[in-house]
Write a new protein. Structure first.
Ligand SMILES: Cc1ncc(COP(=O)(O)O)c(C=O)c1O
Length: 390
């Protein structure tokens, strides 16, 4: 008999009942160190006192009106995002998938309004992940995500990650945009080298096409800059954001330049819940904390510490691990064992990690994890690895 919850997830036998910072408490009382942060969502840890305060404060005043009216918290968050990024304008969503939908629509509408309606195709890369909607799965294009769900939304050109020749050959007068994650998350923590991001910017400028970054997983301080592309010193035309921006409250956004957003006039797009007072109040508090250079400096310091300890872990367990990769506090352990086996071994040692493609286990701890917690986390990972050794 089918379970009352649609069985689309293989869930671990763990039910967490409370959380504080980097710690989660299971129903049976065990305390787990959380190096997954709800897959890069709880950027400031569980039950962050500041976020609890702004959320409960807002909850007592007003939950929802509609985008038919002014929403001061939404305006404030948009102003903060515009002040701190390349963007001139922001549309709020409830998830990364919805951000993907709008990014695709925005790019196509841009060229439609410029009198080039044939420019509808978007270049994407193997290993990418952009969400589970019809546009999201068609954009990623992998068999795993698309099989059985046809007919797929047309208009995506799939290239191998890192194949520069194929990329140059794929540019033609049907292409409207290139869509890429600066650091692939689900694909196995694969950073795009800075010079490649620069090359993509140049290629888009040369051909007059739009560059879309999906920073749903790698954005909001995760790599030690507010947004990951900042390391490369270039900017996109459109950027998808979600996960960390809400610190655990469902919130996403599409950021864009005035030029790229020029087709999105009144009536062309909308969302009932997107940009609601609750989400945006929390988003403002997240931005106030994460956009602070002193906070980002701490993320970088802790990221170096964690990475250094992980190098030691890998060296100590050559049968289990191959290497460490990633950027900031978005790190991957490339495994020699099945990543699911390592994640399960971690559960046994009360430490949470997240599997990804390419035989990688992801570490995405809260950005405010402490030095002591990093040391304890690596001890637990070490014990998990030891429990797997032949
Ligand atoms: C890079 C990237 N894009 C898009 C999404 C989809 O976001 P959501 O699950 O919030 O719809 C994800 C989710 O993991 C993601 O990692």
């Amino acid at each position: 008999m089918i379970s009352s919850v649609l069985p689309t997830y293989n869930r671990a036998p763990l039910s967490f009942v409370s959380g504080a910072g980097a710690w989660l408490t299971e129903a049976d009382g065990r305390r787990f160190l959380d190096l997954g942060a709800g897959i890069a969502v709880n950027a400031l840890g569980h039950a962050n006192p500041k976020l609890v305060e702004v959320l409960t404060d807002q909850a007592q005043k007003l939950w929802h009106t509609s985008n038919l009216y002014q929403i001061p918290q939404q305006q404030a968050l948009a102003d903060k995002l515009v002040a701190n990024t390349f963007a001139d304008t922001v549309f709020f969503t409830n998830s990364g998938t919805e951000s993907c939908e709008l990014a695709v629509k925005m790019a196509r509408k841009y060229f439609y309004d410029k009198g080039q309606p044939e420019r509808v195709e978007i270049i994407t890369f193997s290993g990418s992940f952009h969400g589970r909607s019809s546009a999201g799965i068609a954009a990623a294009g992998s068999e795993k995500m698309t099989k059985g769900f046809g007919p797929l939304l047309p208009g995506f050109v799939h290239l191998d990650f890192g194949d520069h020749d194929a990329l140059n050959a794929a540019i033609n007068d049907k292409i409207c945009a290139i869509l890429i994650e600066p650091v692939q998350g689900e694909g196995g923590i694969r950073p795009v080298p800075d010079q490649c991001l620069k090359g993509l910017r140049d290629l888009c400028d040369e051909h007059g096409i739009l560059l879309i970054f999906d920073e749903v997983q790698c954005g909001v301080g995760r790599t030690g800059k507010l947004f990951a592309h900042e390391w490369a010193g270039i900017t996109p035309d459109i950027m998808m954001v979600a996960k960390g921006i809400g610190g655990g409250f469902p919130l996403g956004a599409v950021l864009a330049t005035e030029n790229a957003a020029s087709g999105m006039t009144a009536g062309t797009h909308g969302s009932t819940y997107g940009g609601n007072p609750l989400g945006c109040a929390v988003g403002c508090a997240v931005m106030d904390i994460v956009a602070d250079p002193a906070f980002l400096a701490e993320v970088n310091r802790k990221a170096s510490l964690l990475r250094q300890k992980l190098e030691g872990l890998v060296a100590g367990h050559p049968d289990v691990f191959e290497s460490v990769r990633g950027s900031g506090l978005m790190l991957g352990l490339k495994c020699k064992v099945a990543p699911g086996d390592f994640v399960n071994a971690g559960y046994g040692k009360e430490v949470i990690t997240v599997p990804a493609a390419d035989n990688v286990v992801r570490l995405l701890p809260p950005l405010n994890i402490t030095e002591e917690e990093i040391a304890e986390a690596v001890n637990r990972l070490d014990a998990a690895a030891a429990s797997l050794a032949p």
